[in-house]
Design a protein around this ligand. Structure first.
Ligand SMILES: Nc1nc2c(c(=O)[nH]1)N[C@@H](CN(C=O)c1ccc(C(=O)N[C@@H](CCC(=O)O)C(=O)O)cc1)CN2
Length: 283
């Protein structure tokens, strides 16, 4: 039975030896280990994958003793994740279909190892795509007046399906603290610019007006501060004076799909850690 352990704590000597010794003593066979030290902040990060004999391994005992013997001693923030149960990913969309199509195609081909309980949208436009992939679709309109009620309805849906994380696949509404507080570092957005350049609703128009030679896409965890959350993945492509706004949008669409899919996979594989509004990614 495979487990993934993620740790961060103040850096000091002996952490790796202590953790690997403990895992070994608990019958674990470590099959992957990577670590990073943020020298400036003096913070240590580690990702470890270990196989245990499912008949002998007690997750609750392991967690209790790890907390008592290691986490308390080294002031660790840590989590352990068992392989096996597919994480439940809710998709939020508006009117643009390219990221939705891409993620549902990767899901139906088995490339994306998740369960998708539903797609929710503030518009009805993309219902046929969800139905094509036999995924339940919920249309919850959002206006300035009903935003609170709409988000309560979204929260009920998320809770009733025991959703693990949310992907904003070009969802064009600002998500409030009400939802973010229930899913800290568990909401992934795709922003259609190379952040921090051109945050906000119309980045391609702003980039065209500025005359840039490179455009990009950024996938980040969502915080209350629009487009300012911890960045998971980015990519760019070149543009020239000859490209019109429509060309920017077309080239950008391909980038958005690739960058979002990469970010979702890194999250699902437990390869991301968030610290100080930044990420450590164990590729
Ligand atoms: N709390 C957050 N919510 C959302 C974020 C985020 O970073 N934090 N990202 C957006 C996506 N996005 C850019 O990537 C974005 C979406 C919408 C807007 C915007 O100004 N929306 C207007 C309404 C637009 C409309 O109705 O079509 C608004 O909400 O007033 C800016 C950026 C997703 N949510």
């Amino acid at each position: 039975m495979k487990t993934t352990i993620l740790i961060h704590c103040p850096d000091q000597q002996g952490i790796i030896s202590a953790v690997t010794g403990f895992v070994h003593a608990k019958g674990g066979n470590i099959v992957y280990l990577d670590q990073h030290v943020d020298q400036q902040a003096n913070v240590f990060f580690m990702r470890l994958e270990s196989n245990f004999d499912a008949d002998l391994f007690s997750e609750s005992d392991f967690e209790k003793e790890f907390q008592k013997n290691l986490a308390a001693r080294y002031t660790m923030q840590w989590s352990m994740h068992r392989a096996g149960r597919l994480p439940k990913m809710a998709l939020f969309v508006s009117k643009y279909n390219h990221c939705l199509y891409d993620l549902l195609s990767r899901y139906s081909s088995g490339e994306l190892e998740v369960d998708i309980p539903f797609v929710v949208s503030n518009h009805a436009d993309l219902r046929p795509i969800a139905e094509q992939f036999k995924i339940p679709f919920y249309h919850i309109p959002v206006t300035k007046a009903n935003k609170g009620d709409a988000e309560n309805e979204q929260l009920k849906l998320l809770a009733s399906h025991d959703v693990d994380f949310i992907v904003l696949a070009r969802y064009m509404q600002i998500v409030s603290a009400k939802i973010i507080d229930h899913y800290p570092n568990k909401i992934i957005n795709i922003h259609h610019s190379f952040l921090p350049a051109f945050a906000g609703a119309k980045p391609y128009h702003a980039a065209f007006k500025r005359g840039v030679k490179i455009i990009g896409a950024t996938s980040h965890y969502v915080t209350e501060n629009l487009d300012e959350g911890p960045i998971i993945e980015q990519d760019v492509t070149t543009v020239t004076h000859a490209h019109r706004i429509a060309d920017f949008i077309t080239k950008g669409r391909d980038l958005e799909k690739i960058v979002l899919a990469r970010a979702v996979k890194l999250h699902v594989q437990r390869k991301t850690m968030v610290y100080d509004n930044k990420t450590v990614i164990f590729y």
